[in-house]
Design a protein around this ligand. Sequence first.
Ligand code: GLV
Ligand code: MN
Ligand code: MN
Length: 397
Amino acid sequence: MTPDFEQMWRDLVPVGRSATTGGYRRQPFAAAERECVAWFVEQAQARGLSVERDRFGNLVAWWRPEQAAGRDAVLTGSHLDSVLDGGAYDGPLGVVSALAAVDALRDRGVTPARPLGVGVFVEEEGSRFGLACLGSRLATGATTWDRARGLRDRDGVALEDAMAGAEVGSADLLEGVGCFVELHVEQGRDLVDRDVPVGVASGIWPHGRYRFDFTGEANHAGTTRMEDRHDPMLGYAVTALAAHKQARLSGGRATFGRLDVLPGATNAVPSQVTAWLDARADTAEHLDALVGSVARMAQERTDRDGTSVTVTAESVSGPVEFDRDLARRVAGARSRPAIPTMAGHDAGVLSTAGIPTAMLFVRNPTGVSHSPAEHAGTADCLAGVDALTAALQELTA
Ligand code: GLV
Ligand code: MN
Ligand code: MN
């Protein structure tokens, strides 16, 4: 007997959860995420699925019945890494639901006529190496290994070195994949407002991460007269307020959620402030305009302060419109609402790479995500598994 959805969920809940915040720290190639991956491999093996890995740390557990040989595959799955202090559902819900859907198909006596894979993409959140959806970008070729290998985490460890102990393979996991369906917890309250447990995605807003390096002059916090300072924190502070205001005015999103200050002493004017802007908008033009206006305001303020700023785009994703026909098939007989999302997903990367892609969203009563408050009720999760099972049955028929 393979464990059911609820048992699998209970297995994963403690892995990487902070005893103080209740949030998850499942950073790629670190202990907690590796434990989740090992758990996944065990589950796949218990089901007789064959696990294949690529050289980047992505993996797919395949169900390849004889009758499916030579036909385009259907891929499902999600990711097991988390943002820093993230919630339990973002990523793992799609992986656990996919395994539960395989079980449900078998319980129904269904043998897929196409290979069916449950995938786990590495570093979806970009929480360690800064590049969102790193695993799927590498798998699709959207990012090259030459660019990625030298990315460094906050401790200066390069991706290539972080991966040194990880089990990798040489499979091209996306070869022969005809479509991808990712189930995900909703990261807003659209489904709550509509009072439905499961929806499908229509598209993803363009979004990006931009590093703002503000440079000034370190000096004594007590003896340096206010008018003599070149304090880069001021440029940052004004820019953070400007970003908030510009996003509100334009209907976009702008967030500074990460900051490094050098030398980081309470009694010293800083020499350097590095801040990361996460910006999103409904069109690529609106995103460019939003980031451009924030960068201009940063420039104006730093000119006044005798400091400087440089802006570097670290990770930018264009707009995604999911395959409408696939979305209709995934929605099934039910008329599930089709909703846009402002969150990034591996599904967006695969879609951009030309693989017909769809997403199922499961209602999140808090609407909160990237936080320990992220949630989905068990009944809704099971409704998600049902929806995914039906979709996979239809797509592999
Ligand atoms: C991923 O969840 C993102 O939208 O940043
Ligand atoms: Mn996710
Ligand atoms: Mn996320």
